[in-house]
Design a protein around this ligand. Structure first.
Ligand SMILES: Cc1ncc(CN)c(N)n1
Length: 216
């Protein structure tokens, strides 16, 4: 069994909760209030900037220039492809460019940047994996069962699309290769990092659905 198959099994209860979260259910049904989608898009634009930083940082610690290039390409895609999608929504919904990270976004981006800088390369890769894999799975799930026409079609198409799938396959292969030669201790840390980032994926959607604000 591949290491990433084990990760998927361990984190399955978290994925199921993400899938059934009202944000994703309403996105699928095209009934998600625009206000919540706008909140999500703004927070996600902040997220993607830091996600790209975390990817580039992890890449500098890769064991080969081939993998360094993969990570730089992932970082470039996060900014040029995913944020371009956001920009179209910024225009369509007239989303203002001002605002701060909500607690959910703050927690997730801080975690990814800290792990990519201070944990081992293997653990950093495992922590970054849910950002690829869970989005791919959610994108496919929504694409297959969506109600059409759907106001969020471009978003759905982006994550269910082949280009994104290609990046996900690469990230999975890197993680599996690293796990093959990693010690048992490192594999445990990788699993823990994968689970933490998966939980933070849930937190991020939940934060958008609740239009989360700082309490104080
Ligand atoms: C919070 C979050 N996680 C993952 C992705 C997909 N890169 C995203 N756009 N936003």
């Amino acid at each position: 069994m591949k290491f990433t198959d084990q990760l998927w099994t361990e984190a399955l209860p978290i994925y199921e909760k993400i899938k059934l979260h009202p944000f994703n259910q309403e996105l699928k049904n095209g009934t998600l209030p625009v206000e919540k989608f706008k909140f999500y898009i703004f927070q996600d634009s902040l997220y993607l900037a830091d996600f790209a930083r975390a990817l580039a940082t992890a890449g500098t610690r890769a064991g080969s220039s081939h993998e360094l290039l993969d990570f730089l390409q992932f970082a470039q895609n996060a900014i040029l492809v995913e944020r371009a999608l956001h920009l179209s929504y910024f225009k369509e919904y007239d989303i203002p460019y001002d605002g701060k990270k909500a607690p959910g976004c703050f927690a997730y981006t801080s975690y990814l940047m800290a792990v990519s800088a201070f944990e081992s390369y293997e653990v950093a890769v495992a922590a970054l994996l849910p950002c690829f894999w869970i989005y791919k799975k959610i994108g496919d799930y929504i694409y297959e069962s969506q109600v059409s026409p759907n106001p969020y079609q471009n978003w759905i198409d982006a994550y269910a699309g082949e280009d994104f799938a290609h990046s996900v396959e690469k990230a999975l292969a890197i993680c599996d290769t690293l796990a093959e030669t990693a010690s048992e201790k490192t594999r445990k840390q990788m699993t823990e990092a994968y689970l933490t980032a998966s939980r933070l994926e849930y937190v991020f959607w939940d934060s958008a659905y609740k239009l989360e604000k700082w309490e104080v």
